[in-house]
Design a protein around this ligand. Structure first.
Ligand code: ATP
Length: 593
């Protein structure tokens, strides 16, 4: 429960709503407690057991009493409405703030955090866990305050009438609270299992829709159907268990209210007939109505306890994540010097302490206007090296210098404003092509149609975009068209080029385009590099993609095994020459200049 104290700052933020909500609950309960007494008194007055203060005629007395009871009910209902308007609305505001806080934290956390977490888990925290917490903030608080406010008023009314009968009437209520706690706990556990089963079922369905081509090609329809059936059966079984428990809930409450009512009538009857006190029949009715008044608040003790337990567990998960410090932080707000060089000095990197080095003793320099090519077999550390250049990762040993300062000491946001990376696994948003390209424009700059067209032209994707009927307004993703692998790569390149970065990193992002298109794009990049003095780092498996490179690093098992100007590397009988000869045999035309 300690974890929930994190939310106190929000209670403070919305203190006026909270205090008003509590005041409305107290007023609502004052009227709620008065109604049973008025009904009981009405009966006694009409039966002649008590004298009326409202008038002489029985008819007018009855009308006045009925009018008062209706008025009190309206007032009670009005304050109940105000209570929900303050407390439940407050819980929605806090839910909104908490989701924003979590999302902001997600944005601060670095790439290595995302590599450790599953997307499902991250989604759960911002949706499922926050809604558990909201249950505590809204209904949890409202029903607790309600019980605290309601009980004294009603108890006072009962004790005022008859202490002995009050004890009998209240006796079953604690039993009800415990029983409801047990039933709610079971219901919560079962609902969770049903939810998990449901998400498994929808993942399975979604995978078989998106993988339908593979399923059909491998004639696995039967297998897919069987998998779905098994999961579906398990879902049915768990849902039935939940339905059975649910079915127990209301009868349990009814049984206990019934017991309490019976006990009150029976004991009340004995008291009246035994004349042990001055109890009137109308007062027995007052007792029964008070029991109905108290039923739900008492039942809510069990329910609220279980809500609060779940909320505490959810908030603990949220807190644990909110306390996570990003491994990569922005250390400075100072503007950075214009780019002169990036230097890798004996830089090594490993993903985890217990894993071997992915990069070992890397040394090289990057200067303005240069194009560095990185080639190497798969898994040799090329993408990791790019991530170190843009400080998505920090080296484990050695250093990376920006001009003469450590890269880890300069203003990271400023540095990233000047760089752009096109990752190997291209990601486009489910949005228009226009917005996907405009995503690369800096916050303080204007996006214009001309800039978008120019970027698309340089990435050699303009002709593809113009072939769509909605041109740049074409929607991508599930709701729109699906681009081919090569088209996606080029839209992604356009997104990087529109930024006109000082440092441009291309991670094997021409792998899905044909060699002719590759040549055009590389030609455009060469021109842009000369115009803007851009430094490019191009990672590729294909020697032909490195045709613009002034300098090449050849990586093997995380080490630079060869480096130099391409023409010099060709003269050596090394890995570069070996790759060149192999690829020349496969595609001889590519190497003609
Ligand atoms: N998050 C990670 N945790 C642990 N090991 C990792 C992680 N990411 C990459 N690796 C390992 O680091 C090594 C280098 O990976 P990297 O992606 O840099 O290679 P690459 O040369 O770019 O490969 P490719 O050409 O296939 O893209 C690989 O052995 C890979 O398995």
């Amino acid at each position: 429960m300690k974890s929930l104290s994190y939310l106190n700052k929000y209670f403070f933020k919305y203190r006026w709503r909270l205090l008003l909500g509590i005041l409305f609950i107290v007023i609502n309960n004052y009227f709620a407690a008065k109604i049973p007494v008025m009904v009981g008194e009405s009966i006694d007055i009409l039966k002649g057991e008590k004298e009326s203060t409202l008038g002489q005629s029985l008819f007018w007395t009855a009308i006045s009493l009925a009018g008062l009871i209706i008025l009190f009910n309206i007032i009670k209902g009005f304050f109940l409405f105000l209570t929900r308007q303050t407390l439940i609305v407050m819980s929605r505001y806090i839910e909104f703030d908490l989701k924003n806080e979590i999302f902001e934290k997600y944005q601060q956390l670095d790439y290595s955090f995302y590599k450790r977490q599953s997307t499902g888990d991250l989604m759960n925290r911002i949706s499922e866990d926050v809604s558990q917490v909201r249950q505590y903030l809204g209904p949890g608080i409202m029903y607790t305050v309600n019980l605290i406010a309601l009980f004294p008023f009603n108890l006072y009314q009962m004790l005022k009438i008859n202490t002995e009968l009050a004890l009998y009437a209240l006796a079953p209520l604690p039993v009800m609270a415990v029983l409801i706690y047990l039933v709610s706990n079971r219901m919560n556990r079962l609902s969770k299992e049903v939810q998990q089963e449901q998400s498994r079922l929808s993942t399975l369905a979604q995978e078989s829709f998106s993988g339908i081509r593979v399923i059909k090609a491998y004639i696995q329809e039967k297998h897919a159907r069987k998998n779905f059936e098994t999961s579906s059966n398990s879902y049915l079984h768990k849902t039935m268990k939940l339905v059975r428990t649910n079915a127990l809930f209301m009868p349990t409450i009814s049984l206990l209210i019934g017991t309490s009512t019976l006990l009150t009538i029976y004991m009340g009857g004995l008291i009246i007939f035994g004349k042990t006190s001055n109890l009137k029949p109308g007062e027995i009715l007052t007792f029964i109505l008070i029991i109905y008044n108290l039923t739900w608040p008492f039942a809510s003790i069990g329910w609220v306890t279980s809500i609060n337990q779940r909320a505490a567990a959810s908030q603990e998960r949220i807190n644990e994540f909110l306390k996570t410090e990003p491994a990569i932080k922005n250390p400075s707000k100072e503007p950075i010097e214009p780019f002169q060089e990036i230097v890798f000095k004996d830089t090594s990197f490993k993903y985890r302490e217990d894993l071997p080095n992915v990069l070992s003793n890397i040394n090289f320099k990057l200067k303005p206007g240069e194009t560095l090519g990185i080639i190497g077999k798969t898994g040799s550390g090329k993408s990791t090296l790019l991530q170190l250049i843009v400080r998505q990762l920090d080296p484990t040993s050695g250093e990376i210098l920006y001009n003469s300062e450590k890269l880890s000491a300069i203003n990271l946001s400023e540095f990233r404003k000047n760089s752009a990376i096109v990752p190997q696994d291209v990601f486009l948003f489910s949005d228009t092509i226009y917005n996907n390209i405009a995503f690369g424009v800096l916050e303080d700059e204007e996006v214009s149609e001309e800039r978008i067209v120019e970027a698309a032209k340089n990435a050699h994707v303009l002709h593809n975009v113009e072939a769509f009927s909605d041109k740049f307004e074409t929607l991508l993703g599930e709701r729109g068209v699906n681009l081919s692998g090569g088209q996606k790569q080029r839209v992604s390149i356009a997104r990087a080029l529109i930024r006109k970065p000082q440092i441009l990193l291309l991670d094997d992002c021409l792998s899905a385009v044909d060699t002719e298109t590759e040549e055009i794009i590389l030609g455009n990049l060469k021109r842009l590099n000369q115009e803007h003095q851009t430094t490019s780092v191009i990672v590729s498996h294909r020697i032909s993609s490195l045709r613009n490179a002034n300098y090449i690093l050849v990586l093997e098992d995380g080490k630079i095994v060869e480096e130099g100007k391409p023409e010099n590397l060709l003269r050596k009988a090394g890995l570069y020459r070996e790759l060149y000869d192999k690829q020349l045999m496969e595609e001889p035309n590519v190497f003609e200049d």
